[in-house]
Ligand binder design. Structure first.
Ligand code: COA
Length: 136
C-alpha cells in the first residue's frame, strides 16, 4: 500500500492505511469486492458492499490501481462493475469518501459522475472528508 498510496501526501502512515483493510473485508464482503491480476501480480482492487442499513445504497470502501496501470480505464471498469452489481440488487445510490488532499481521487470520482461535498470532522474532530454520491 505504501507504493500505491505513498505519494498522495496525506498524513496517514503506512500502518494506518493498512488498518483500512482488515481481514474481515476478505471474509464478509467478497461478493461485492474485486481484484484484477496480471501474471499473478495484483493490478487493482475494489472493496465495496451493499449497505445493510440503507436499502437503496451501496458503498465503495476502498479502491486502488497499480501506478503503472493508472489512466488506462481499470478504475472505471471496476466502478462500472460495482454499479452493475448494485443495480442488480436494487440500489440507486453509491457513496464513497476520500481525503481532501487526494485530488486524483476527486478527479476520478468527478469523471465517474459523482457529486462531491467536503464534510468537516467526518471521521473524528479535525478529520475532514470529501463525501461522494452518485445516483445510478
Ligand atoms: C483513483 C484511481 C483508483 C483511478 O483509477 P484509474 O484506473 O487510474 O482511472 P481510469 O483510468 O479508469 O480513469 C477514469 C476517469 O477518471 C479520470 N481520472 C483518473 N485519475 C485521474 C487523475 N489523477 N486526475 C484527473 N483525472 C483522473 C480519467 O481521466 C478518466 O476520465 P474519462 O474516462 O472521463 O476520460 C487510481 O488513480 C488510484 O489507485 N489512485 C490511488 C488510490 C486512491 O486514491 N484511491 C481512491 C481513494 S481510497
Amino acid at each position: 500500500m505504501e507504493n500505491w498510496w505513498g505519494g498522495i501526501g496525506n498524513k496517514q502512515s503506512a500502518h494506518d492505511r493498512a488498518l483500512l483493510l482488515p481481514r474481515l473485508y476478505f471474509q464478509h464482503f467478497t461478493d461485492s469486492s474485486y481484484v484484477i491480476e496480471r501474471d499473478g501480480e495484483l493490478v487493482a482492487f475494489l472493496i465495496g458492499f451493499l449497505s445493510q442499513s440503507r436499502p437503496d445504497e451501496s458503498y465503495i470502501h476502498f479502491v486502488g490501481v497499480d501506478p503503472a496501470a493508472r489512466g488506462t480505464g481499470v478504475g472505471r471498469y471496476l466502478y462500472q462493475r460495482f454499479f452493475d452489481y448494485s443495480r442488480e440488487h436494487g440500489r440507486t445510490v453509491v457513496r464513497s469518501i476520500t481525503s481532501p488532499v487526494n485530488t486524483g481521487s476527486q478527479a476520478f470520482h468527478a469523471s465517474m459522475g459523482f457529486t462531491a461535498a467536503v464534510v468537516a470532522d467526518y471521521d473524528s474532530p479535525g478529520t475532514d472528508r470529501v463525501a461522494f454520491a452518485k445516483t445510478l
